[in-house]
Design a protein around this ligand. Structure first.
Ligand code: AMP
Ligand code: ZN
Length: 118
């Protein structure tokens, strides 16, 4: 399958690995928007959050377990943020389900961070 993140998981395209288990691969985002910006992806191809079903939803729990482990290990004691962009309106550019894990900075929240919503 012609999928960037599948190729990263398979090692065909290089990445900076930060986490790996049976279900989840974690690596550094190539264009970080925070001091810590990792991507957590299921090892199985799921195109987006809109394709989560009763059959594949276990990986979501595994991704959040991974995030908590990383946060403890790397000491994100001031907090962290997990973001999923799903579909074009949310700006999903890679069609392999992924969660952005951001930390290391005080982050804004609210309408300003979304831009002008119409
Ligand atoms: P999204 O816009 O939510 O689909 O997020 C896709 C993310 O993938 C962006 O933050 C990109 O910077 C990141 N990205 C794209 N190509 C690579 C790559 N080869 N290695 C690491 N991160 C990447
Ligand atoms: Zn994929």
């Amino acid at each position: 399958m012609d999928c960037l993140f599948c190729k990263i998981i398979d090692g065909e395209i290089p990445s900076t690995k930060v986490y790996e288990d049976e279900y989840v691969y974690g690596f550094k985002d190539i264009e970080p928007i925070a001091p810590v910006h990792y991507l957590l992806v299921p090892k199985t191809h799921i195109s987006g959050a809109n394709e989560i079903t009763a059959e594949n939803s276990e990986v979501i729990a595994k991704i959040f377990e991974a995030a908590a482990k990383i946060a403890k290990k790397e000491g994100f004691e001031n907090g962290f943020r997990i973001i999923n962009n799903c579909g074009d309106d949310a700006g999903q550019t890679v069609k392999h389900l992924h969660f952005h894990l951001l930390a290391g900075v005080k982050m804004g929240w609210g309408k300003e961070s979304l831009g002008k919503c119409e």
